[in-house]
Design a protein around this ligand. Structure first.
Ligand SMILES: [Fe+2]
Length: 135
């Protein structure tokens, strides 16, 4: 069973961002399967690299749209993105250096990390951006 299942309650009402969030859900689920199947460090490392680069891409895409539409929460959301990026980068570094192993706790952390991002900050931009015609 997948670790994370997409639910409509996660929708931010903007199609492009929903599909980017779904891609991050998929990557976290891929990590979960890789852990359960005891896949090697190269496989896990590759997924972690993809998670990092996709996250950076996703945050930049959100920031671009927020900025274009003068979203009032832009600065705080940008700060939140920086914090979340640091968290995932340090997790990947710790994994690569052998300081941490991919565990249930790490996956739970990533799951919370993503859900808190969507539910805690992204949900706030939905109404504002929808009104600006971003759907
Ligand atoms: Fe997001």
């Amino acid at each position: 069973m997948a670790l994370l299942t997409w639910s409509n309650e996660y929708s931010v009402n903007i199609q492009g961002f929903d599909s980017q969030h779904k891609k991050i859900v998929d990557l976290i689920n891929e990590l979960h399967s890789a852990m359960r199947e005891a896949r090697g460090k190269d496989v896990v490392g590759k997924i972690l690299n993809e998670l990092t680069s996709y996250t950076v891409f996703h945050f930049a895409a959100e920031e671009k749209i927020m900025k274009e539409h003068n979203y009032p929460g832009y600065n705080s959301q940008k700060g939140e993105h920086e914090k979340l990026t640091k968290q995932v980068v340090s997790l990947v570094d710790d994994y690569k250096s052998g300081k941490t192993v991919l565990s249930q706790e790490v996956l739970q952390f990533l799951k919370d990390w993503l859900i808190n991002h969507i539910m805690g900050s992204d949900k706030k931009y939905s109404e504002y951006l929808n009104k600006k015609g971003v759907v």
